[in-house]
Design a protein around this ligand. Sequence first.
Ligand SMILES: *Cc1c(COP(=O)(O)O)cnc(C)c1O
Length: 237
Amino acid sequence: MSSIADNIGSVTRRIQKATLQAGREPGSVRLLAVSKTRPAEDLKAAFEAGQIAFGENYLQEALDKMQALSDIEGIEWHFIGPIQSNKTRQIAEAFAWVHSVDRLKIARRLSEQRPETLPPLNICLQVNINNEDSKSGCTLDELDELLEAIGELPNLRLRGLMAIPDPDQPEAELRLSFRKLASTLTKLRQDHPEAGPLDTLSMGMSDDLEMAIAEGATWVRVGTALFGARPAKHSQS
Ligand SMILES: *Cc1c(COP(=O)(O)O)cnc(C)c1O
């Protein structure tokens, strides 16, 4: 069995290789360690191996781990799960990034509830890129209006787009999904220069990070390849 430190090394090398092959600047793709369902000790091992950014899907689980790891300084916490509006305050208080904002109501609450003592909250808009009924995320059509409204919110910093394309679609279609997210961001950057830095594409996971990097990912969100297979089912919020 390989250790978490070994896995960080091999995923980092995969990212470096894919970045180079895509002709992109070294260091332009960051690794988000998706640590949902993992115990705090696993995050500690990853941090000690040099991993800074951790992505969590379930608020209470994340808060418990923050508590358990409170003596470690320098972890960057990212929220990547579906957001209920009664959870926004704790998210706004505890995280540096939220990748899964998909409606204005949530963005407004996060901005209102972001403590003034903290820098603006970095957010990505989650797009339901394959228009799956089962998936969260806004539609492509909603983005223009969302950007205009979010531009008015003082305590958010809109960084870009996030998607979780259906991993079971054929490879060529998966590639097109990544490409579509990237071209959408390019277009938004042109149409909404006031909206924020729009420098972020959060896409690609354990099995498809190379393809996502080739298509422009700046965050790849990797769980299984770092921590091993997750228990089959998990329901918590
Ligand atoms: C679980 C999860 C991942 C990581 O998936 P792996 O296939 O384990 O790498 C990435 N993004 C989101 C939003 C997730 O929920």
